[in-house]
Design a protein around this ligand. Structure first.
Ligand SMILES: [Zn+2]
Length: 93
């Protein structure tokens, strides 16, 4: 299987479509601080076997760049635990 860098995956039209949908759902507003600029769509967790656009919408959230940075700084172990919690308690799994 060819390895595709994550940054390249985010150029994929499937991700762009998903991202637009999430931004619209969240009213183009950061769900943490209410900012409406430099918005990004954040994955609450990552799984090695899942493409960025294949996650349920509930896993994705609109954040501004600042809030996104804070979220992304969470240690990997915590994110792995969150992924586990979602797969146990999440409705869409
Ligand atoms: Zn924010």
């Amino acid at each position: 299987m060819k390895f595709t860098p994550y940054s390249e995956k985010l150029m994929n039209p499937k991700w762009k479509r998903k991202k637009t949908k999430i931004l619209k759902r969240d009213d183009c507003t950061c769900q943490h601080c209410g900012d409406t600029e430099s918005l990004q769509v954040h994955h609450r967790y990552y799984r090695d076997d899942t493409e960025p656009w294949d996650y349920p919408d509930t896993v994705l959230i609109t954040l501004c760049a600042d809030c996104h940075r804070v979220e992304s700084d969470l240690p990997r172990g915590i994110r792995a635990l969150m992924g586990l919690a979602y797969s146990v308690y999440g409705r869409e799994f």
